[in-house]
Design a protein around this ligand. Structure first.
Ligand code: F0G
Length: 457
C-alpha cells in the first residue's frame, strides 16, 4: 500500500514560534510548571488539545460568510439543526457555546444530591458539572481499558457487569442517566464498540435509565468500528454513526472536536419535556434557542464540518497519523497507551518515570520536560487532573498517570510529527534526570487548569 497522505492542500499558513531551551527554562518557571499558563507564542508545536484547534476548510470559511446573524430564526440555525437531525436521528437540537455548556444545562436539570451518573469514563468537565450539581459521577471502564500498554480493540468499552451490579446496588431510580463517552478521551482516546453500546443500551432500557452519548469524537469512534468490528467493514461511516446514535436518547457534543469548529457545541435529544427544560435554562445562560451562545457563522461552520468529518479519506488519514507516531514511540521503547487512540498519543508517565512517586506528579513532570527539550506543549491526564485528597490531605491518585499529546485536526504535517517523536524519544533516553513536582497553589475544582507547581527539592 502507498503512503496515506494528508487529504488536503494548504492555502493559508500561520507562523510557529522558535525559542531556545534557555528561554524555555525561564518561561516554564514563570508559568509555574503548568502548560496552561504558558503563552501560545512561546510554544513551537502545540499539542495541548485537539479542541477548537482544527484547521477549517475553504468550504467552512465560505460558510462563515453566509452566516446570518439574526437574533431569532436564522437560516444558519436551520441548516445546523437539519444537519444534526440527519446525523443523529434526534429531532430536538439545542445549540450551546461549547460542550461543557451543554453539560451544565443537562446536569443542572437531571443532577442533584444522592444521584449517580454512570459512564465508561467521564471527561473532566463532565464530571465537574455532575459534581457541581451535588451528584456523583461513576466510571465503570472495562478491565482492558485500565492497562495502558496491553492492546485490545475497544478499550473504551463500559464494564457491563459492573453496570448491572451498580444499578442493583444504588437503585435505578437514583441513576438519572448513563453516559458513554466516544471515544474515551480520559482513557486514551480509545473507542467503544457497537456491541458494547448495544449491550449498555439493553441494560439501561431494562432499568428505564436513559442513555446519552458524549459525542465529541463520534466520527473517529465510528471509523474504529469500521476497521475493527466484524460486520462493519463495508458500511459507510455515516451509517455507522447513525446506528450509534440510534441506541441513545440524547447526546452532548463539543463541536470543537469532530466538527472542525473553533467554538460551539450542542445538545440533541428525543424527549420533548427534557428539551423544554433545557431550552428554558439555555435562554438564561446561553441565549435564544436558535443561536445558543453562538454566532450564525459558527452554526454554519459546524454544520459543514460535521459532514466533512465523516469523509473516509479524512478519517483514514486521521487515524493513521495517530498510529504513525504511536508506533514510532513503541519501537523506541517508550511506554504508550496501546493501540493508538483516535486523537492523541498517551504516554504512561508512571511507567516511564518510576523514580518519581505519584504524589510528585510524574505526568506533569514529563509535560515540563517535553516543553524544555523541544518546545512541545501537552497535558497531564492523571493525578493532577483527577487526584483527590483523603481526610489527612494525602493524595488519592488517579488510576493512571498519562501524558496526552493531542493532535489538532488538519493542522500539522508529517515532518512536525516526526519532530515530536524525536523529542519524546530524546526525553525518554534522559528520563532519569527528570524531577518530581509539588503543588504550591490550587483551586478546589478542575485544579489542573490554574495550579502552580515547583520542582521538589
Ligand atoms: N467531553 C469530552 C469527551 C471532551 O473531550 C471535552 C473537551 C468536553 C466534553 C467538553 O467540551 O471543551 O467544548 O467544553 N475536551 C477538551 C480536551 C477540552 O482537551 O480534551 P468543551
Amino acid at each position: 500500500m502507498k503512503t496515506i497522505i494528508e487529504p488536503f492542500r494548504i492555502k493559508s499558513v500561520e507562523p510557529i514560534y522558535f525559542n531556545t531551551p534557555e528561554e524555555r527554562r525561564v518561561i516554564l518557571e514563570k508559568a509555574h510548571y503548568n502548560p496552561f499558563l504558558i503563552h501560545s507564542n512561546d510554544i513551537l508545536i502545540d499539542l495541548l488539545t485537539d479542541s477548537g484547534t482544527s484547521a477549517m476548510s475553504s468550504n467552512q470559511w465560505a460558510g462563515i460568510m453566509q452566516g446570518d446573524e439574526s437574533y431569532a430564526g436564522s437560516p444558519s440555525f436551520f441548516r445546523f439543526e437539519e444537519t444534526i437531525q440527519n446525523i443523529t436521528g434526534m429531532p430536538l437540537v439545542i445549540p450551546t457555546h461549547q460542550g461543557r455548556a451543554a453539560e451544565k444545562i443537562l446536569f443542572s436539570i437531571l443532577g442533584g444530591k444522592g444521584k449517580y451518573f454512570v459512564s465508561n469514563t467521564l471527561f473532566d468537565t463532565t464530571r465537574a458539572n455532575i459534581e457541581f450539581s451535588g451528584a456523583e459521577g461513576v466510571d465503570l471502564l472495562c478491565e482492558e481499558g485500565k492497562h495502558p500498554t496491553i492492546p485490545a480493540p475497544f478499550k473504551g468499552n463500559m464494564d457491563t457487569e459492573a453496570l448491572i451490579n451498580f444499578i442493583r446496588g444504588k437503585g435505578a431510580a437514583n441513576i438519572p442517566l448513563c453516559i458513554i463517552t466516544i471515544t474515551n478521551n480520559s482513557g486514551g482516546g480509545q473507542p467503544v464498540s457497537m456491541a458494547n453500546i448495544r449491550e449498555v443500551k439493553r441494560i439501561c432500557s431494562e432499568n428505564k435509565i436513559p442513555l446519552f452519548i458524549d459525542a465529541c469524537r463520534f466520527a473517529e469512534n465510528a471509523y474504529f468500528i469500521k476497521l475493527r468490528e466484524p460486520g462493519y467493514a463495508d458500511k459507510p461511516v455515516p451509517e455507522i454513526v447513525k446506528e450509534i446514535f440510534s441506541h441513545a436518547e440524547g447526546c452532548t457534543m463539543s463541536a470543537k472536536k469532530d466538527a472542525f469548529a473553533n467554538i460551539g457545541g450542542f445538545l440533541a435529544m428525543r424527549d420533548e419535556q427534557l428539551a423544554l427544560k433545557c431550552r428554558n435554562l439555555l435562554i438564561i445562560t446561553e441565549g435564544f434557542p436558535t443561536y445558543g451562545g453562538l454566532a450564525g457563522r459558527d452554526l454554519e461552520a459546524i454544520a459543514i464540518g460535521l459532514k466533512e468529518v465523516m469523509e473516509e479519506h479524512y478519517l483514514q488519514y486521521r487515524i493513521r497519523s495517530i498510529e504513525y507516531i504511536t508506533n514510532k514511540l513503541i519501537d523506541a521503547g517508550v511506554p504508550v497507551m496501546q493501540p493508538a487512540g483516535g486523537h492523541a498519543v498517551y504516554i504512561d508517565a508512571r511507567e516511564m518515570l518510576p523514580h518519581i512517586p505519584v504524589d510528585q506528579y510524574p505526568g506533569q513532570a514529563l509535560v515540563g520536560a517535553l516543553y524544555l527539550d523541544g518546545g512541545i506543549r501537552c497535558v497531564e491526564i492523571g493525578s493532577l487532573m483527577f487526584g483527590k485528597y483523603d481526610e489527612q490531605h494525602k493524595l488519592i491518585p488517579a488510576p493512571m498517570d498519562l501524558v496526552r499529546l493531542a493532535i489538532p485536526r488538519r493542522v500539522y504535517t508529517q515532518s512536525h510529527i516526526d519532530y515530536v517523536a524525536e523529542v519524546i524519544i530524546e526525553v525518554f533516553e534522559q528520563r532519569n534526570a527528570i524531577r518530581g513536582l509539588q503543588i504550591v497553589e490550587e483551586a478546589p475544582m478542575l485544579r489542573h487548569f490554574t495550579a502552580k507547581l515547583k520542582p521538589v527539592q
